[in-house]
Design a protein around this ligand. Structure first.
Ligand SMILES: [Zn+2]
Length: 495
């Protein structure tokens, strides 16, 4: 046993160094890499990828893991949890025949560009055969990974949100269907007129950058262990709590895009920075799950960043920077503008209220595609029907319909529902935190550190050492309950 622990931990350390090198390169590729270096870079990545594969499939290492897994009850809690996670991650490589595994990886390496072409040309037929194969493989994967309790789509859901099943998601989405859909359909009716100063002005990037720097300080995002850069799509990249990097994107025709994407990514980033540093060399560092991660980013972005209390404190600073552009715009104008809700077709541009309905459409079709109830070729038709039913709009073509997201091209089935789940977790966590201190007061007094500290203690510090379920139970004293979310949305958008 002791020997296996030693073998495991030494290999872990080595693999970590390789992963870190790969991680830094991928960050660099997204933010700095000159275009002419793309080919050279990918040659080096290929060499490293092969090295990593050899290490990951090293026989002595795998044997050590097997032995530790068999004796997991004798390990301390953290190591036990870690070994269970490694064993789970390796299960697919072990169970899927090598040629199938490689075929699937090759398929995935090409599918995103097929999807991008199909989207550009608004041609679902082009993407359909590739998508069909990806679905075929996802069904296989769910077979290989199935257990006594997890089967079919549930297996895929569990990959992104440990412990989540169709049973729980069905009840969650049923609640949205019963309560949120009618609310949205009665409280929105397409796009209304917007204040021209906010919607039609040009907002210079340098000024936006100034305000974003100000926001870093407001939220106490730790620049000693993190950076903010720009990239094509905003994202958070993290490897250890000591190195957490976020990006944003400045659009000169939008005053709000960079502000809220920065706050969103800071939510992810603060979470990562707050994970206990004792987990840094284990597999348990980093956020607990996609859903818990998204709950933090969305709480910072929507529940704090889009609150009236927040802008009561910070609107003056915004006006000071955009003196000319925001002349005559009041706090209330701005608050209404950043919280407008409308029926729309594109998920990534959807507002806080209608967003989960976009996810509901995807959840429903994914479930049916994996079970075989829905044929790939019939997907666009079903998509349009469900958009009409849930969001109240019908896409005119597949570019603004079923081809809009990259996820399926990347083989990600079971991922989408975590976005809606994250917002619902956020409402429940917010409610629990608000019982212990008045969150609005903290925001009004510019004391966001109080929120950061509470979340650190109740959610962030655990990394992956607790399951999402355990974290929800610890932080809110009850298991997942979507009521808080629906109530929160209805209250906020009734005004
Ligand atoms: Zn996010």
């Amino acid at each position: 046993m002791q020997n296996s622990i030693k073998i495991y931990q030494e290999m872990r350390k080595k693999l970590n160094a390789y992963y870190y090198a790969m991680w830094v390169m991928s960050w660099d590729s997204e933010t700095e890499l000159p275009h002419g270096a793309v080919d050279y870079r990918s040659e080096q990545i290929e060499v490293l990828t092969n090295e990593i594969y050899a290490l990951e499939t090293n026989k002595t290492y795998l044997k050590a893991i097997d032995l530790l897994y068999l004796n997991r009850d004798k390990l301390d809690d953290l190591l036990k949890r870690e070994i269970e996670k490694v064993e789970k991650e390796l299960r697919l490589i072990k169970k899927m025949p090598k040629d199938e595994y490689i075929d699937y990886q090759v398929l995935l390496s090409k599918s995103s560009s097929v999807w991008a072409d199909a989207k550009r040309q608004n041609n679902f037929e082009m993407f359909s055969p590739v998508l069909d194969k990806i679905i075929y493989y996802n069904r296989k994967i769910s077979k290989y990974l199935q257990t006594d309790t997890l089967k079919g789509y549930d297996v895929l859901l569990d990959i992104y949100e440990e412990g989540m099943t169709t049973k729980v998601y069905d009840a969650f989405f049923q609640k949205l269907r019963d309560e949120l859909v009618p609310f949205v359909l009665s409280s929105t009716s397409g796009k209304g007129p917007l204040p021209r100063k906010l919607s039609k002005n040009r907002f210079p990037a340098e000024k936006q950058e100034l305000f974003n720097k100000y926001l870093l300080d407001v939220f106490k995002y730790d620049l000693n262990r993190g950076v903010l850069k720009t990239s094509e799509h905003p994202f958070t990249s993290n490897f250890t709590s000591d190195d957490v990097r976020i990006t944003t994107k400045y659009l000169e025709n939008s005053i709000e895009s960079a502000i809220f994407s920065t706050i969103h990514e800071m939510g992810h980033g603060i979470y990562e920075q707050n994970v206990d540093s004792k987990l840094r060399n284990t597999l348990l560092g980093g956020g607990a799950s996609m859903g818990i991660h998204e709950s933090q980013s969305r709480m910072y972005e929507n529940m704090i960043g889009r609150s009236y209390a927040f802008w009561e404190v910070h609107f003056d600073k915004l006006k000071e920077i955009f003196q000319k552009e925001l002349k005559g715009v009041t706090l209330l104008d701005f608050y209404h503008y950043i919280n407008r809700a409308e029926r729309s077709l594109i998920r990534t541009e959807a507002d806080e209220l209608t967003y989960p309905l976009h996810i509901m459409v995807r959840y429903e079709v994914e479930k049916q595609l994996i079970s075989g109830k829905l044929k790939t070729k019939d997907l666009p038709k079903r998509w349009r029907k469900l958009y009409q039913e849930y969001v109240g709009v019908r896409p005119k073509n597949d570019q603004e319909g079923v081809l809009q997201d990259i996820h399926w091209a990347g083989g990600m089935f079971g991922y989408f529902p975590t976005y809606a789940l994250g917002s619902a977790y956020a409402a429940q966590i917010y409610f629990a935190m608000n019982k212990e201190f008045n969150i609005e007061n903290a925001i009004s007094n510019n004391e966001i550190y109080k929120i950061n500290d509470w979340l650190k203690e109740h959610v962030h510090t655990f990394g992956k050492s607790k399951t999402p379920k355990e974290i929800m139970l610890f932080a809110t004293k009850e298991s997942f309950n979507p009521d808080y979310y629906v109530e929160y949305l209805k209250r906020k958008f009734s005004n």
